[in-house]
Structures are given as structure tokens and as C-alpha cells.
Write a protein that binds this ligand. Structure first.
Ligand code: PLP
Length: 424
């Protein structure tokens, strides 16, 4: 396999190719193939970007048809038929049935673009600068979004330029002693001498993806929403990784029945892995002046087309949701049994997550890396997350077949046993 030019030329900043140092060529649903024809099951799936699998046939057909007809591909933020068709699908199939009355903004195509836009919108709408964010939160790496991201590795990469405009509070369970961490938030808000600038908004993931598959409880999220309402603070749910069905509902906050003021989506939104993001906002929060937030790639016609096809294919009824719940239960049970086996070997481990966003906390990054390396050798692409990379994380396509799911879980179990045989 020819990797020399890649190693020589690509910046040191590359990451995933270090864990998976092969050249991938083709992919279908949950299977990846490398240049030597070796197949892998994909439990990474573009870090949650391929919820509908690689090269999903229905979604890809919509794109091929679109391209075949010389439809517009780039149109800045022109009105296009593709944009109208996407907004119709979003409104009719996703928003209206959930009683959500949002306007939509298309910022640049990545998640961090959506977060930048969302927090700036909150600041403009409320005339306050501060954004409350949570420990282990990950919201992107451009300066504004980075200020709300916890991980030191990313924060230190600014070359010493301080990240400003955000205050960190403990996420649900962070203190590990059963304390409701929102007591602290309420106390700070009610104390004129607490040092907390009253925030314009709170940004939160309902399941922290990069932070280690930490799922906040529905009660915690409901209380956070109530605190925001009581103090005139905007609730921004960053659904970039947990959204688009990953937790078993289109929006991850549906489980708690809360209605955020602002929502960010990206990753699986386009359905085919094309770059695409959106910010949903309560109608009265749309305080933007024309062109005040711009970008050359705002709303990408190919992504509008595939995103509309994804919504029409998977979200017209609740069959897909039920499938995700069912497969999520299968993963959860298997992860729990792997975790209890690991604990029996003297390394404390636990299973966690919601829907098909699941992980096994094995305590340290060293153990997790040994497991994922062995899994790769055995034909499973799977990554880690958490502050020390201590959580082995499953983000497989939601469309994975039962056979591939069972096979992947077997590989993970075998790989865990092999990896631990080298350690304990
Ligand atoms: N927000 C969340 C919750 C994420 O998981 C990510 C990426 O992992 C981002 C924002 C940033 O998205 P992007 O990498 O597309 O900038």
C-alpha cells in the first residue's frame, strides 16, 4: 500500500490516519475497504457523519439525478429549488410534527461554523457577551466555538491567544458524588458577587460525544431549560453529533421534551457525508441584519438535495426511530457485558450512552487505545473519546445490518480480551 507521499506531504496535524494507517478506497453502508481489498466494519462512521451509512443508495440516487440534470451546484445564498425543497422537507417532516416553529440559517458548512453563528446570534439577541458551557463539552475549534470547548489540547493550540467569552460549569455527573450540578449554576445566578456574568446563552450537548459519551439525564436537561427560562437565558442545544437520529430521535432533546431556543446541526444532516450545517432559531431571535454573518459556502445545493432525500427516506414515520432504539439496546447489552468482563479482570469499566451513541469507559486512554488498535487489526474501525481518550466509542451507521452489528460486537469483545491479555 502506497502511503509514502501521504506521510511526507500531509501536515503533522492529521489524526485518524495515525490510528488507521491504511488507504481506504470504497465503502458501503457499514463496510470500508482498503486498497489491498481488506474489509473493515465502520464503528466510527465519520465521527457521526454517516448515520445513514456510506453511499446510501436512496440518498446517493437523489444526488446523481440532481447532477445529471445540470441543476445549480453553487449559488452563494441564492434561493434555489434545491434549498426550497430541503426547507419544505425540514418544515413538513421534521419541525411541524414536533411542534417546533424555527427559522433556519445556513452558515458555513461545518459544525464549528454553526456553533460560531449560534453563539453570536445569542449574544446579539440578548445584548450580553457571556456563554455558559460545560466541562468536557466539545463545540468546535474556531476561536468563538473553541472558547466553549473544554479540551486543553485544542485550547492550547491557539498559540497562547486567550479564548474569551465563555464560562465553564460542571456537566451532569461531573462531580461524581450525586450532586445536582445545576444547584451550583442557580447559586451563581442568584449571587451578585458570584463573578458569573449573566450569560446570553447556555450551550450544551445532551450526550457529550467527544467528551466521553456522557449523557445528561432528562431531569437535568429539563431543569437546565427551566433555569434558562427563569433567567432570560437562551438554551442552545448543540446537536451536531447527537442529532439526526443518533440517540433514537431526530433531535436528541426530544427525549426530555424540552424546546431549545437555538439548535445546531451538521455531521449527518446532509445524509451522505457532504459538508452541511444549519442553525435553527426561535422566530423572534432572528435579529441578524442582512449579510451580517456570511460565507461563500452557505447552504450547498448538493447537500440540500441529499439532506431532503435523507429526511424523506427515514423520517416520514417512526419506523427508523424504533430501529435505532432496538439496535441501541443490542449495543448497550453487549457493551455492558464487555464492561463487566473488564471489571472482573481488575480494571473498572462501565457502559454508557443513549440510542446508538454508546461507549465503554475503560478508565484510561492507554487501555482504550490497546483495545481499539487490536480491534483495527481484527477488522473493526473504532475510536476513543473522553478527556484522556478513555472511552471506546460506538458511532456505527444507524443503518448497519444486524449481521454486521453482531460481527462487529464479537470483534470488539475478542479484541478486548486479546488486548487485556497483554496488560493484566
Ligand atoms: N459540536 C459537536 C457536538 C461536535 O461533536 C463537533 C465535532 O465533532 C463540532 C461541534 C464541530 O464540528 P466540525 O468538526 O464539523 O467543525
Amino acid at each position: 500500500m502506497q502511503t509514502q507521499i501521504l506521510e511526507n506531504m500531509e501536515s503533522n496535524v492529521r489524526t485518524y490516519s495515525r490510528s488507521f494507517p491504511v488507504v481506504f478506497t470504497t465503502a458501503k453502508n457499514a463496510r470500508l475497504t482498503d486498497e489491498d481489498g481488506r474489509e473493515y466494519i465502520d464503528f466510527l462512521a465519520g465521527a457521526g457523519t454517516l448515520n445513514y451509512g456510506h453511499n446510501n443508495p436512496e440518498i446517493k440516487k437523489a444526488l446523481l439525478d440532481y447532477l445529471a440534470e445540470d441543476n445549480i451546484i453553487h449559488g452563494l445564498d441564492f434561493w434555489t429549488a434545491a434549498k426550497r425543497d430541503y426547507i419544505e422537507a425540514l418544515e413538513e417532516i421534521i419541525l411541524k410534527p414536533r411542534g417546533l416553529d424555527y427559522k433556519v440559517q445556513f452558515p458555513g458548512p461545518t459544525g464549528t461554523n454553526a456553533v460560531e453563528a449560534a453563539i453570536r446570534l445569542a449574544r446579539n439577541a440578548k445584548g450580553r457577551h457571556n456563554i455558559v458551557t460545560f466541562t468536557n463539552g466539545f463545540h468546535g475549534v474556531t476561536m468563538g466555538a473553541l472558547a466553549t470547548t473544554g479540551n486543553r489540547k485544542f485550547r492550547e493550540a491557539t498559540g497562547g491567544v486567550p479564548t474569551v467569552g465563555a464560562s465553564f460549569l460542571p456537566y451532569d455527573g461531573y462531580l461524581g458524588d450525586g450532586t445536582d450540578t445545576l444547584d451550583y449554576f442557580e447559586k451563581l445566578l442568584g449571587d451578585n458577587s458570584s463573578g458569573l456574568d449573566i450569560p446570553a446563552g447556555v450551550i450544551v450537548e445532551t450526550v457529550q460525544g467527544e467528551g466521553g459519551i456522557n449523557a445528561c439525564s432528562t431531569e437535568w436537561l429539563q431543569r437546565l431549560a427551566q433555569i434558562c427560562r427563569d433567567h432570560d437565558i437562551l438554551l442552545i442545544i448543540d446537536d451536531i453529533q447527537a442529532g439526526c437520529g443518533r440517540t433514537g430521535k431526530f433531535f436528541s432533546f426530544e427525549h426530555a421534551g424540552v424546546v431549545p431556543d437555538i439548535v445546531t446541526n451538521s455531521k449527518s444532516l446532509s445524509g451522505l457525508g457532504l459538508p452541511f450545517s444549519q442553525v435553527l432559531m426561535r422566530r423572534e431571535l432572528d435579529v441578524w441584519k442582512p449579510g451580517q454573518y456570511n460565507g461563500t459556502f452557505r447552504g450547498f445545493a448538493m447537500a440540500f438535495t441529499t439532506a431532503a432525500a435523507a429526511i424523506r427516506t427515514y423520517w416520514k414515520d417512526d419506523a427508523f426511530e424504533r430501529e435505532v432504539q432496538r439496535k441501541g439496546d443490542v449495543i448497550s447489552k453487549h457493551f455492558a457485558s464487555i464492561a463487566s468482563w473488564i471489571s472482573e479482570q481488575g480494571i473498572e469499566a462501565s457502559e454508557r450512552g443513549r440510542g446508538m451513541m454508546r461507549g465503554i469507559d475503560v478508565g484510561t486512554g492507554e487501555v482504550a487505545d490497546k483495545i481499539t488498535q487490536r480491534a483495527f487489526e481484527n477488522g473493526l474501525v473504532i475510536e476513543t473519546s473522553g478527556h484522556d481518550g478513555e472511552v471506546v466509542k460506538c458511532l456505527c451507521p444507524l443503518t448497519i445490518s444486524d449481521e454486521d452489528l453482531a460481527k462487529a460486537l464479537d470483534i470488539l469483545e475478542t479484541s478486548t480480551k486479546e488486548a487485556l491479555a497483554d496488560i493484566v
